[in-house]
Each structure stands twice: as structure tokens, then as C-alpha cells.
Design a protein around this ligand. Structure first.
Ligand SMILES: Cc1ncc(COP(=O)(O)O)c(C=O)c1O
Length: 387
């Protein structure tokens, strides 16, 4: 065992003793809301492939075509020789989809948040930062890189945000609010109109992560920021969830994008997304506006699931989207229930601290448009039987 491994084994022991050791398991997404794992086909309530686009033939075809035409790699970072016509066209298409002046591609959502937040704060020296308590780890990574202290408001509590802005924000030269439009572990949504009004009242810049709203919510799946056109300064979203592919975008003003392509380290110092990724994004953007039937179906599935959980005295929090938690409480109980459901043919992730606050371990049920009402009813019956 190397010197390093000695340290790492000790660290892994601590993780194991805390009951938080994780490992990788192979799975393969299947159409119809199914997934294959260990040779079994399970009903998949764990993936974020909400619209079923990950296995859509048009995405696979265009990814293959663009690879055939342009190769497997992009050769360099965007500012060197990595920008192709396809990058510029796809970015223009994203900007049009989001009704923004401009957009910029990033390798992943994690990378976008971790790169863009410190870049923004570098241009806003002394800014006071206000964050929802449940923002994604990638935004925390961005804040850690920036070395900025954050004022955290209670989850989705806009009154608390406003109180903090009034008490901690007035002396600062600028204010930045970071939140999500749909929260990844709770499936609740922010009140965009009110958030925008508060940001304007306090002269604050607004950054909204639309990772789980893009493709699913808002007119034609344009996200909840589309409900307040032109009012969110920085919109971040991903292609890795409902859009069935990989990568992320930032959308906003031309000035924002010009600044980020000069200043966001995770954009400047990384290789440009390759043609296959761009092809899949391009195809998804062609399909998503026309997928109202799938979006309506997800709404119906969500309502059925929440009603069924409530009827079984299970807390689904404030979910109003395709993400529905069944809050169990204790970590081991949530883990055990998830394992029993897998035995019964349903893949439903158990989420526990540190991803969610202590005492709120849960099943995170992610609905896919390929699910039927029968799938939801069968899951509810299985939860009842296994609880
Ligand atoms: C809210 C939120 N932001 C960002 C990300 C990161 O996106 P990606 O998976 O594309 O890195 C995720 C997904 O894990 C997320 O849930």
C-alpha cells in the first residue's frame, strides 16, 4: 500500500463508519421509463431523463452524424481553435430557446456553476451574496473558489431573503442572489415573479439554476425564467437532464457572455465540447418545444404520485414538479426501503445527508414521461408493502 493509500484508506474508513460509503453500479437507461441493472429490467424512478430524450433516436443520429462529419474531439479550448461553426450555431439556438441575447456552452452544469460564480464575483468586488439553503453543491464550489461568505436564507423563504437583503446587503457595493428554479432534491419551485421583484427592490443581481426546469417547465419547456422574460440576469441550465444529453449553458445579455468567455476559468481553460455532444444538444432543442404532451403527462404523473403518498401518510414536502420526495427521516430506513423496492423491481434512489439536511433522508422519486399511471400506482403499492 502506498503512502497515499494509507491516508486514503483511513479517510474511507471514516466514511464507512459514518454509514456513507458509496460505490458505482452499472446501469443502462431503457425507453419507457425502464432501466437495466445487474441483468434485471427495473422501473426507473431515479434518472433525470424526464422527457425520455436520452434514448431518442434523433439525438443519437445527430450525435453520430456530427461525429462522422467533424470528428470525435474539438482539438482545443474555445478561445484557441476549439470553436467551430457548430458551437456558435448551437449557442445561438440556446439563446433563442431562452429568449436571451446570448448563451455560452459549458462542459457540465457543475463546471458552469463552479466557474461562473467566481467570475461574476470578481467583477463585483465586495458584493454581498445571498443563497438559498438548499442550493446545489456546484454553486457552493463556485463560492468556495471565490472565497466569498454567503448569507443563507431558509429554503425557498423569500421573506427571509428580503430580511437578509435589508440587514446585510445595504452597506455592500453590490448584491448577488443565487437560487434554483426547481430544487433537485425537493421538486419544489421558486416564485419567480416575487424573486424578481425582491431582486429589483434591493438592486441585486439574480442568478437562477434551471437544471431541473429546463425542458420540463415554463412555456415550451423554456424554464421558469421564461415566466419573467428578461428579468433574470444569469440563467444557468443543463443538457444532462430533461434534454437527454450532456453539458450546460449560461444564458443572458451579450455583455454577460462576452465577460464570461474572458473571465470564467472553467470555460477558458478547458477543451471545447465535442461534435457528438453538440449534435445531441441541437437535436434536443429541435424536439423540446414540441413536447407539451410529455410535459402534461409528467404533471399528471406527479399529481397522482403526490396524492398516493399523502394517502399513505408519506410527506412529499412542497413538491409540485416531476421530482417528488417521499421523506422517510432516518438514513438507514430510507436506504433499506430503497433496497427493498429494488428487489421488488423499482429503482428509487435514497438520498441522505450531506446531500439533504439531517433527519430528512428520503426516496427521491424522479418521474419520466415514459412512465404510465400504472407504473406510479405500482410504485405506490410497493412502497406501502415494503415500508
Ligand atoms: C441544481 C443542479 N445544478 C447543477 C447540476 C450539475 O449539472 P451536471 O450534472 O450537468 O454537472 C445539477 C445536477 O447534478 C443540479 O441538480
Amino acid at each position: 500500500m502506498s503512502r497515499l493509500d494509507v491516508h486514503l484508506e483511513a479517510a474511507l474508513d471514516r466514511i464507512t463508519r459514518a454509514g456513507q460509503r458509496r460505490s458505482l453500479r452499472a446501469s443502462a437507461l431503457l425507453p419507457g421509463g425502464r432501466i437495466e441493472r445487474a441483468g434485471r429490467t427495473l422501473v426507473d424512478f431515479s434518472s433525470n431523463d424526464y422527457l425520455g430524450l436520452a434514448r431518442h433516436p434523433l439525438l443519437a443520429e445527430r450525435a453520430a452524424e456530427w461525429t462522422q462529419a467533424h470528428g470525435a474531439g474539438s482539438g482545443a479550448s474555445r478561445l484557441v481553435t476549439g470553436t467551430s461553426e457548430a458551437h456558435l450555431q448551437v449557442e445561438a439556438k440556446i439563446a433563442a430557446f431562452k429568449h436571451c441575447e446570448a448563451a455560452l456552452l459549458f462542459a457540465s452544469g457543475w463546471q458552469a456553476n463552479a466557474a461562473v460564480i467566481p467570475a461574476l464575483l470578481a467583477a463585483m468586488p465586495g458584493a454581498a451574496v445571498f443563497t438559498d439553503r438548499l442550493i446545489h453543491a456546484s454553486m457552493h464550489a463556485g463560492l468556495a473558489i471565490a472565497g466569498t461568505r454567503q448569507h443563507r436564507f431558509a429554503h425557498n423563504d423569500l421573506d427571509h431573503l428580503e430580511t437578509l437583503l435589508a440587514s446585510k446587503g445595504t452597506d455592500a457595493p453590490a448584491r448577488l442572489i443565487l437560487t434554483e428554479s426547481v430544487f433537485s432534491m425537493d421538486g419544489d419551485r421558486v416564485d419567480m415573479a416575487r424573486l424578481v421583484a425582491i431582486a429589483q427592490r434591493h438592486d441585486a443581481t439574480l442568478f437562477v439554476d434551471e437544471a431541473h426546469a429546463t425542458g420540463v417547465l415554463g412555456p415550451q419547456g423554456r424554464g421558469l425564467s421564461a415566466l419573467v422574460p428578461g428579468q433574470v440576469d444569469v440563467i444557468m441550465g443543463t443538457f444532462s437532464k430533461a434534454l437527454g444529453g450532456f453539458g450546460a449553458y449560461i444564458a443572458g445579455s451579450r455583455t454577460l457572455i462576452d465577460y464570461l468567455l474572458n473571465a470564467a476559468s472553467g470555460f477558458v481553460f478547458t477543451t471545447a465540447p465535442p461534435p457528438a455532444v453538440l449534435g445531441a444538444i441541437d437535436a434536443a432543442l429541435d424536439l423540446v418545444p414540441g413536447m407539451d404532451a410529455q410535459r402534461s403527462h409528467l404533471t399528471v404523473l406527479g399529481e397522482r404520485l403526490r396524492a398516493g403518498l399523502a394517502a399513505r401518510n408519506l410527506d412529499h414536502g412542497a413538491s409540485s414538479t416531476q421530482i417528488v420526495p417521499a421523506i422517510i427521516g432516518a438514513e438507514d430506513a430510507a436506504m433499506a426501503l430503497s433496497a427493498r423496492l429494488e428487489e421488488a423491481g423499482f429503482l428509487v434512489s435514497a438520498i441522505r445527508p450531506p446531500t439533504v439536511p439531517p433527519g430528512t433522508s428520503r426516496l427521491r422519486i424522479a418521474l419520466r414521461a415514459g412512465h404510465s399511471l400504472n407504473d406510479v400506482d405500482a410504485l405506490l403499492a410497493a412502497i406501502e408493502a415494503q415500508q
